[in-house]
Design a protein around this ligand. Structure first.
Ligand code: AMP
Length: 391
């Protein structure tokens, strides 16, 4: 059976999924993730709902396995143990597409060079995707490879929405607000009519609340604004990233506290957010289970910043018809959804406590002016669809 292989290559993880080439085959045939790369890699995989973790070939990954080794091994294991699936194309998640990649793109020597040139814009993410592309090309040169970008979805935003108030020459050079999580937003945009009917094309705010968090304001299912900007640091409180921060703080850290660039970068990307505020964990589940006042403060600040940004994005859209919660926290945390929505009564938001507790589909009360939904996201399905369109 001809299949599409989807690869989502992160700094310490590699997710993969197989999809049929048939149109609208949105359910993955096989999914897996290797986490803890470089430290203590662990592989989890599923086929038809069955967990394969402890079965051959989903066992034993050496501790020094890197992304290249994993790609080679994945292809090997697919060929030897899952020969019924024959990959004919690979879709890669690519965090950054810069200004020019506004849609999924076929990887050629030329486009690969252009993607490499974007590494300085996403130094923590882009290199891993490029390693995966090169490893695929080396081991399976005949496979069609497609890059799908987290930034593309936001290129429909107005010029001023994408600009910072900095000297024009820097804006022209590409120092702009790119916005991220676009593959997730694109998936949500594609399923909105199922949940919202005619209102899908109205003013919809999508809250992607995971380890990375952002919000996107959509009108006509197109991005008009997003809380993430030039990097994946801007906007909401995240697991370990700071979100909104006065640029003056960075100057202060460098000038007055003598921190160097790597130290500041580590602090902003790895030691801030929920982890930094609480000093306990970056994981929302740990904070919800803790009685420590700093854990409560971290949750409160997370929800407060979300509320602030909902106000901001509502103003950009001149009103609000629906809020969608998605990703790990958005899909699973009853408490976070409640703490974000309850103070928005003035805006016409009212959630139904029983519906919120189930966390499936509509969670707003029938009389709520603004409809509120929980919709599970599926970035891999978006990539599979995009890749399919090249076949
Ligand atoms: P993601 O990056 O989308 O995988 O989301 C990861 C985040 O989702 C982590 O902060 C988890 O703590 C959070 N999460 C997952 N399940 C739950 C849950 N049942 N309740 C609260 N937070 C959760």
């Amino acid at each position: 059976m001809d299949v599409i292989l989807v690869i989502n290559s992160g700094s310490s993880s590699l997710k993969f999924a197989l999809y049929s080439v048939e149109a609208n085959a949105n359910d993955a045939l096989l999914t897996g993730v290797v986490s803890g790369i470089g430290v203590n890699p662990e592989l989890k995989a599923k086929m038809n709902g069955e967990v394969l973790n402890n079965q051959e070939p989903f066992k034993s990954i050496p501790n020094d396995a890197n992304h290249e080794w994993l790609i080679k091994e994945l292809l090997n294991r697919l060929h030897t143990k899952y020969a019924q699936f024959k990959p004919i194309a690979v879709g890669h998640r690519m965090v950054h597409g810069g200004i020019h990649f506004t849609e999924p793109t076929l990887i050629t020597d030329k486009s690969l060079q252009q993607l490499k040139a974007l590494i300085p814009l996403a130094p923590l993410h882009q290199p891993h995707s490029i390693v995966a592309i090169e490893a695929m090309a080396k081991h399976e040169p005949d496979l069609l490879q497609i890059a799908c970008f987290d930034t593309s979805f936001h290129r429909t935003q107005s010029k001023i929405e994408q600009m910072f108030a900095i000297p024009k020459a820097l804006t022209d050079e590409g120092i702009i607000r790119y916005g991220f999580h676009g593959l997730s937003y694109e998936y949500i945009a594609s399923v909105l009519p199922t949940y919202l009917g005619d209102k899908a094309d109205g003013r919809v705010l999508v809250a992607h609340l995971g380890n990375g968090t952002s919000m996107c304001a959509m009108v006509n299912r197109k991005s008009v604004s997003s809380t993430m900007g030039f990097s994946t640091l801007e906007g909401l409180v995240m697991g370990t990233r700071c979100g909104l921060l006065d640029a003056g703080v960075i100057l202060h850290l460098i000038k007055q506290k003598g921190m160097n660039v790597d130290e500041v970068s580590k602090m902003l990307y790895k030691e801030s957010g929920l982890l930094g505020i609480s000093g306990i964990s970056s994981d929302m589940r740990d904070l919800e289970n803790s009685d420590h006042p700093d854990a409560k403060q971290a949750i409160n600040m997370f929800c407060h910043r979300a509320k602030e940004e909902i106000g901001n994005l509502t103003a950009v859209m001149n009103g609000l018809d629906a809020i969608i919660f998605t990703a790990g926290i958005g899909e699973n945390s009853v408490m976070v959804r409640e703490k974000i929505c309850d103070p928005l009564a003035w805006l016409g938001v009212k959630i139904d406590d029983d519906r919120n507790a189930t966390g499936k589909g509509k969670i707003s009360a029938d009389e709520s002016k603004v409809k509120v939904f929980v919709i599970p996201t599926d970035e891999e399905a978006t990539i599979a669809n995009a890749t399919r369109s090249f076949l």
